[in-house]
Design a binder for this molecule. Structure first.
Ligand code: UT7
Length: 323
């Protein structure tokens, strides 16, 4: 049986750090409110002229170096983003060119904060079907460009960044002891459009628009759907929460992350949290968290990692993988 095995990971954050205190100088908010409600202390913001493709390319470069794989060996680039450089072509093709790749396929995937688990699932299917052999799955965003900086209810919550993994098709035994992706689960519910969306787009308004969110509603759906999808993906792999070494959740809000960890009965030490340092980086948040825990030595070869995310759409999903 073919398994999509992670060969390496990488991440990139723009240089500029913006603290809660700094934001409190321009909108009516406070470090205390932001930390209490979300756990966020700071976020990175892309520089003028620094685009999603630039962040994605830096993260991809680092992932390839970590994997010891040349860009010329990659035959699939899946870039999860809701903030592409341009309406078209796919930002993934910019990354492909920047990496010097001339073969294979590169495309963007749009599932907002669930984008990385959607990307993993799509790449896993393409590797398993033999369509590709080595894939870069990237989550990269410049959400600072779609924030209404006068709306304190949203502008304090997000940041920019990118993360990537390299997957390679390898032979496995078909058991839960295999390394690689063991199971994926994806969902969406378009009826929930109005609670989290961007009020612009090429077809509707010919503008880029700004992010709009009913935070409390999103919060409720996040808690319920995360618990359900996590159970689903564990069930598919024939595993239980007790088998999980690391929960690597989407980093939107510390309270949602802690709630999911508690529901799974996981001690806090097994939950990777980066929302304090990166804020919500949408599709980039899971690979940024993953990279943090791999590079600081927490996640080791053979560890069982549960990745989960939810965002606009609403779209949500989970991936279970053995590192
Ligand atoms: O990545 C996609 C998934 N997104 C999420 O998962 C986000 C989910 N939602 C959340 O994380 C939370 O709902 C928020 C952090 C967005 C908001 O927290 P909340 O506890 O739901 O607060 P709230 O929206 O009910 O607002 C409470 C109060 C309001 O004032 P009143 O009406 O009680 O007087 C807001 O106007 O806090 C006020 N408020 C703020 N105050 C200071 C809202 N934003 C701010 C702010 N600073 N930045």
């Amino acid at each position: 049986m073919i398994r999509s095995v992670v060969q390496g990971c990488g991440a990139y954050l723009p240089e500029r750090l913006v603290t809660n205190e700094e934001l409190a100088r321009t909108v009516e908010t406070s470090d205390e409110w932001i930390q209490q409600r979300t756990g966020i202390r700071q976020r990175h913001i892309a520089a003028e002229g620094e685009f999603t493709s630039h962040l994605a390319t830096r993260a991809a470069d680092r992932a390839l170096a970590h994997a010891g794989i040349a860009a010329s060996d990659v035959d699939l680039v899946v870039l999860a983003t809701a903030t592409p450089d341009e309406t078209f072509p796919a930002t993934a093709t910019r990354v492909q060119a920047a990496l010097g790749m001339t073969k294979g396929a590169a495309f963007d995937l749009q599932a907002v904060c669930a984008g990385f688990v959607y990307g993993l699932s799509v790449a896993d299917s393409l590797l398993k079907s033999g369509m590709a052999s080595t894939a870069l799955v990237i989550g990269a965003e410049t959400f600072s460009r779609i924030l209404d900086w006068e709306d304190r209810g949203t502008c304090v919550l997000f940041g920019d960044g990118a993360g990537a993994v390299v997957l390679r098709a390898e032979q496995g035994q078909g058991t839960a002891a295999d390394r690689g992706i063991l199971a994926n689960a994806l969902h969406s519910d378009g009826q929930l459009h109005d609670i989290l969306y961007v009020d612009g787009g090429p077809s509707s308004t010919r503008t880029t628009g700004f992010l709009r969110m009913e935070g409390k509603e999103v919060f409720k759906h996040a808690v319920v759907n995360m618990a359900a999808v996590v159970g689903e993906v564990l069930g598919k792999a024939g595993l239980t929460a007790a088998d999980i070494d690391w929960l690597v959740p989407h980093q939107a809000n510390r309270r949602i992350i802690d709630g999911t960890g508690r529901k799974l009965g996981l001690p806090p030490e097994k939950v990777v949290v980066t929302v304090d340092k990166h804020a919500n980086t949408s599709a980039a948040s899971i690979p940024l968290a993953l990279d943090t825990a791999v590079k600081d030595g927490r996640i080791k070869r053979g560890d069982l990692c549960l990745l989960e995310g939810i965002g606009g759409g609403m779209a949500w999903g989970a991936s279970l993988l053995r590192w």
